[in-house]
Write a protein of this length. Sequence first.
Length: 337
Amino acid sequence: MSSPPKTATDLGPVVDAIRSHDRFLVTTHENPDGDALGSILAAKLGLEQLGKDVAMYLSGDTPLPREYAWMPFGNLRRQVPADAHERVLLALDCANESRLGPDPEVLASAPLVVNVDHHHDNTRFGAVNLVVGEASSTGEIVRDLFSALDVELTPEIAEALYIAVVTDTGRFQYTNTTPKALRLAAELVEAGADVHKIFQDVYESVQFAKLKLLARALERAQIYEGGRLVVSYLLRDDFAEVGAAEPYSEGIIDYLRAVEGADMAALIREPPRGDSPARRVSLRASTDELDVSAIARRSGEGGGHRQAAGFSSDESIEEITEFIRREFAAATDGDAA
């Protein structure tokens, strides 16, 4: 009898791809968060432990968020390496190929594309795909791969994975905080992750300019649908006037989501340098019953998790707000009855 077909949650094909190749280009999505950065750093360290030749790449030249700038990314490449066509592309925490950046060479030249992610709406753009929607983070999946590959959890790897898990679970407060995620956190601490240092560097090193940016977003916040929807925006001039780069807007939406009675929050922001698209939108849900990734996908330019998603748009702030209001109302029709 033939063996059953492999599913997208099989570790085997990814393990085989790693074992059978020697050169890798590890990358993640534009404007990376803690899960993305922790995952690619851990993957680099783990693959090097296996004797692989590894390069890390991130599209664009936007600085990394300051809360992660202390991580050892000294050799992170911001241009596609000349030898990318000789390296297996390992894409981590990236729901679709467009989020890898505008350079088509990243995918087109790769001899093999391996896609490892936990976004449930991942487009399976790789030749090999490992998509585990119930995982707390991509870092959790990387840990499972390391177990299968007999990679030792060094303190450096443990710290990178802990950053991935703790940030994507909202400090173990979001609904993706599973028993497995908590057991993994304990394992990482036992392996040498410095929890207090990570907390101070990631959560207690807030730049004054970020506070000024937060103040502007809070001042503009509006409630709709009887207080169940909160929407705010940041203009390009806001970034310039307070001296903030785009990554400084990371986390601001969580203050909007925390409003009493809010089921969903949205933050519309204009990239500070006038890049295309004109505006980027972050969506957050306070309840698992509301799938904001579906709203993001209906924009035509987005996706993400059920409770955390985003999209890009060239429409005006007013038009985007109306789209969000319309889609929120449609998604929650009858809930208030």
